[in-house]
Design a protein around this ligand. Structure first.
Ligand code: CTP
Length: 425
């Protein structure tokens, strides 16, 4: 990836995260890019244009129409800039700017440059969690993606409002890396000029913007006593890969995660759970999701009478009484609503397809992803997976052995091509 010599219009809009635009400008310039900053009037309330101009080594542009003393002919500057740039990056992008861009508004230098640009456009939204989740914002993001705009989902964390959620502008260091990759990929795919719009339709993965995706991942732990538990070897990789892939496609993603040692993917809302009962409560709280993907390896049984003090050694034999835990996916299946897509996983050691088809029907699923434990490069703990997707309508799709991130993309592609084949309850 090289930003050297790349011409970037950097749009900065009125979010508290605008202060990060100073560091972003500095890093882009340091990486060798030519940065032309364009700020909206609101951005100037959060960060002085003088700071940005000094770091960029270029005047900040804001006004569409020539200002006092400027040549009258200067008003076509937005067209010149749109043609000059190799890429337009808007970071941070407010809900207001997303709405204007989705509507094709042209009331500032920045919106005019975007309309004039023949190069690819990337936006990095930053706002409060609820503003990001609002149906209007989801709609605008979906429109922009359909127009070929790349959307870097906001990160999860503490927001300026004091709330915790999705809405943070990713760190400038990460943004610079993403911008570099994006420009490289756009170049490879010939995206530039009008191809930005046409190419996006042909190459971009199906968008999930405006959809709420609920993913369960990892194992559960069922306490025997305060220091011991029943669990399994799930590492959560497949579920986390699915959550990351859905977020990259613009979905609002809620990830219910058992105890695993994995970082939260960017733009994903994570809820940590420990037991199957916790998982059920958390899943019911998000049961309205448009798509549910249950990749968690839930304990089917829990000790019936967990001890509140550590169990001490006694006889040579110890008999444990176990109780059934709730079937989380089965519960969601029993209350499935029209238009909802439910996807389960079946990890089998024998008679895989028959068992998987049984689960598909019993839990009222649209799809079930069958993987075989014991097969090299597949199943729990492996970095790769091989999956057979079975659909309620009889479909059967083989996804060959690949890293779990690629398998996740392939699964989402299949869901996009046939979102709901199962019965709605
Ligand atoms: N699942 C769940 N809650 C449970 C058990 C399973 O949500 N208590 C989900 C898993 O996340 C997976 C699917 O159901 O998507 C299949 O899980 P599995 O344990 O293989 O199926 P069971 O129906 O429990 O069948 P068995 O254990 O007998 O193979």
């Amino acid at each position: 990836m090289s930003l050297r010599g790349k011409k970037i219009v950097l749009g900065i809009t009125g979010s508290i995260a605008a202060y990060k635009a100073a560091d972003l400008t500095r890093r882009l310039v340091k990486a060798g890019a030519e940065v032309q900053p364009v700020m909206t009037a609101a951005a100037g309330r959060f960060i002085p244009p003088l700071t940005i101009a000094t770091l960029a080594g270029r005047e900040v542009l804001s006004e569409l129409f020539p200002e006092a003393g400027e040549a009258q002919t200067a008003w076509t500057k937005h067209v010149d800039l749109g043609l000059w740039a190799d890429g337009v990056v808007i970071a941070p992008a407010t809900a207001q700017t997303l709405a204007k861009l989705a509507g094709g508004f042209c009331d500032s230098m920045l919106t005019a440059v975007v309309l004039s640009a023949r190069c690819p456009v990337l936006v990095a939204p930053a706002m409060d969690h609820d503003m990001w989740g609002h149906p209007a914002t989801r709609r605008n993001v979906a429109t922009l993606q359909a127009d070929g705009v790349t959307v870097v989902p906001p990160a999860h964390g503490e927001l300026a409002s004091g709330l915790i959620g999705d809405g943070r502008l990713p760190e400038p260091e990460d943004l610079v890396a993403q911008i570099g990759r994006w420009l490289d990929e756009s170049g490879e795919r010939g995206i530039g000029h009008d191809a930005a719009r046409l190419g996006a339709e042909a190459d971009a993965p199906a968008s999930l913007a405006g959809r709420h995706v609920l993913v369960t991942a990892g194992p559960t732990r069922e306490a025997l006593d305060p220091v011991r538990f029943l669990s399994n070897g799930s590492t959560g990789q497949m579920g986390f890969a699915l959550a990351a892939a859905a977020a990259r496609r613009g979905a609002r993603v809620t990830l219910l995660a058992g105890p695993v040692a994995l970082d939260t993917p960017p733009g994903v809302e994570r809820v940590d759970i420990v037991t199957a009962d916790d998982l059920l409560q958390a899943a019911l709280a998000h049961a309205e999701a448009d798509v549910v993907i249950a990749a968690a390896a839930v304990s089917d049984y829990a000790p019936a009478e967990p001890a509140d003090r550590k169990l001490k050694k006694g006889d040579d034999d110890l008999t444990l009484r176990l109780r059934r835990t709730p079937d989380v996916l089965g519960t969601l299946g029993a209350q499935k609503r029209d238009g909802q897509t439910l996807v389960g996983f079946a990890l089998e050691t024998h008679d895989g397809e028959a068992h998987a088809r049984g689960k598909l029907a019993r839990k009222h699923l649209d799809w079930i992803a069958l993987n075989v434990q014991g097969e090299p490069g597949a199943g729990m703990g492996a970095a790769t997976n091989r999956v057979t997707l079975l659909g309620a309508d009889g479909a059967r799709v083989e996804i060959p052995t690949a890293p779990k991130a690629e398998v996740a993309e392939a699964i989402l592609d299949v869901l996009a091509s046939s979102p709901s084949g199962g019965d709605a309850r």
